[in-house]
Ligand binder design. Structure first.
Ligand code: FES
Length: 72
């Protein structure tokens, strides 16, 4: 789905940018140019960034505690 019509940026591109190293809304904005024209997409773009960062965070938490170390 398109998040930013002015720059033609999709939610998938935002997610990819985060998986490739962006770690904040500011990083995503600088990388993709999202919200750099009219700014109407800023709220939705921030939401996609927040959701993706929390997904990445929880998958990293899962890796930090392998099942073999979980107390029975
Ligand atoms: S829709 Fe993103 S800057 Fe206009």
């Amino acid at each position: 789905m398109y998040v930013c019509l002015c720059e033609g940026v999709t939610d998938g591109q935002i997610r990819d940018a985060i998986y490739e190293g962006c770690c904040s809304y500011r990083d995503v904005r600088e990388t993709l140019g999202v919200a750099s024209q009219c700014g109407k997409c800023a709220c939705l773009a921030k939401q996609v960034v927040r959701e993706t960062l929390s997904e990445v965070q929880s998958s990293q938490d899962a890796l930090a505690y392998p099942t073999s170390f979980v107390a029975a």
